[in-house]
Design a protein around this ligand. Structure first.
Ligand code: PLP
Length: 407
């Protein structure tokens, strides 16, 4: 008899986006003339940078001729892209990461979700609350948690990120082996200073723990004192894996390209307490289960690092950050407590009550869709998330409508 992995039965159906869609549809049916503005989505809206499009076209043309055609590429990614990443994203910031420590993939979602696979199932892991749900659900699937009770899974150490903690997790009170961190954060938009991140690196070194650091939004950092990479912290190479993505940086959400950095001196331990190289394990896992990102996509991603590509990416980021600044300004003016929007495309806003109530109020009275914080964990119950991924005109309209509705 074929049997299922019963850990999947513990997963909570993600009601968040289906409930949002249902409520939006109901509203639209009742108000067919209202143009709804969607401020909840975390998907890029600006076109690919012109340099990426040109490189994409050129690579497709190469694929069209026998002489330049490429079949399977290296599973870890083409050296031309890995070298550009190492040089620009790391050496450019005085961070020591070599090209062969970089694994190109088709998304940070897959990588942040899959990495736990090379770790033991009986480890204790910690996630921030609120959290990007992929970290939690993939560990539930792997059997690292108990059942879901009162809004939380058993056997997870939840690190509460609240106004009191400045939306940065405090070190855990009970020992943990694996820690997920995400800065700039989704959903809160909060950032972490080098000094606060150093506390986590020190914790991991002292406790032989591992940090999975999701830096998918690092390109939105404006404050030059903030770390773009966890490897800007001394000792992080030994205890941290970093995930990056071109999705939000250069509009690759539909094109798909990202990368994971696993330093060669980053170790975990076998049951005898012997050190094992995570680089070697991840290389084995990646090359067994993944056959590389397509050549044209990698050429397109490489163009991000050209002179023109850098300028065009900076323009895209500035565009979203202008949206973010407007949202932040208007929310501040309304007297709403909020975080984010200064070094990230998300603004996390105190709902002044239940997050679904404010969601309904904004939908019904302003025709604006937000994301209720409840979908990201119990600490999100009193918050909503607004996203800067939109046209400036839409954001202006949405702010005018919200001001009228909430005043
Ligand atoms: N990590 C975080 C924190 C995200 O918010 C997202 C996307 O929303 C991802 C990873 C996924 O990125 P990718 O498009 O590279 O899969």
């Amino acid at each position: 008899m074929i049997k299922i992995n019963e850990h999947f039965l513990k997963l909570q159906t993600s009601y968040l986006f289906s409930t949002i869609a249902r409520r939006v549809n109901e509203f639209q049916q009742q108000h067919p003339d209202t143009e709804i503005i969607k401020m909840g989505i975390g998907d890029a809206t600006r076109a690919l940078p012109a340099a990426c499009v040109a490189a994409f076209h050129a690579a497709v043309d190469e694929m069209a001729a026998d002489a330049t055609f490429r079949g399977y590429g290296p599973e870890q990614g083409y050296p031309f892209l890995r070298e550009k990443i190492a040089e620009n994203d790391y050496h450019g910031r005085n961070v020591d990461i070599s090209p062969d420590e970089i694994f190109i993939s088709d998304g940070a979602k897959c990588d942040t979700g899959n990495f736990q696979e090379i770790l033991a199932t009986d480890i204790v892991f910690a996630v921030p609350d609120p959290v990007y749900p992929v970290y939690v659900d993939t560990n539930v699937m792997a059997g690292r948690t108990g059942s879901f009770e009162n809004g939380r899974y058993q056997n997870i150490v939840y690190l509460e990120c609240t106004k009191k903690t400045h939306f940065i997790p405090d070190l855990p009170e009970t020992p943990v082996d694996l820690i997920y961190l995400c800065f700039p954060n989704n959903p809160t938009g909060a950032t972490i200073s080098k000094a606060d991140l150093a506390k986590w690196v020190d914790y991991a070194r002292e406790n032989r723990a591992l940090i999975l650091f999701d830096a998918a939004y690092e390109a939105f950092i404006k404050d030059e004192t903030l770390p773009h990479s966890i490897y800007e912290i001394d000792g992080a190479r030994e205890v941290a894996v970093e995930f990056r993505s071109f999705s939000k940086t250069a509009g690759f959400t539909g094109t798909r390209c990202a990368f994971t950095v696993v330093p060669k001196d980053c170790n975990a331990y076998d049951s005898m307490g012997n050190r094992q190289s995570l680089h070697a394990l991840w290389n084995r896992r990646h090359s067994t289960k993944f056959n590389g990102v397509s050549y044209p996509v990698q050429r397109s991603a490489e163009a991000i690092y050209s002179h023109a590509g850098k300028q065009q990416v900076a323009e895209i980021i500035d565009y979203y950050m202008k949206n973010a600044a407007l949202i932040r300004r208007e929310m501040d003016a309304l007297g709403r407590d909020c975080v984010g929007g200064e070094n990230s495309p998300y603004i996390w806003i105190d709902a002044g009550g239940d997050s679904w109530s404010l969601f309904d109020s904004l939908l019904n009275n302003a025709g604006v869709v937000c994301t209720p914080g409840a979908g990201f964990g119990t600490c999100g119950n009193q918050y909503i998330r607004l996203s800067a991924f939109n046209s400036y005109e839409n954001v202006q309209n949405a702010m005018t409508r919200i001001k009228t509705a909430l005043k």
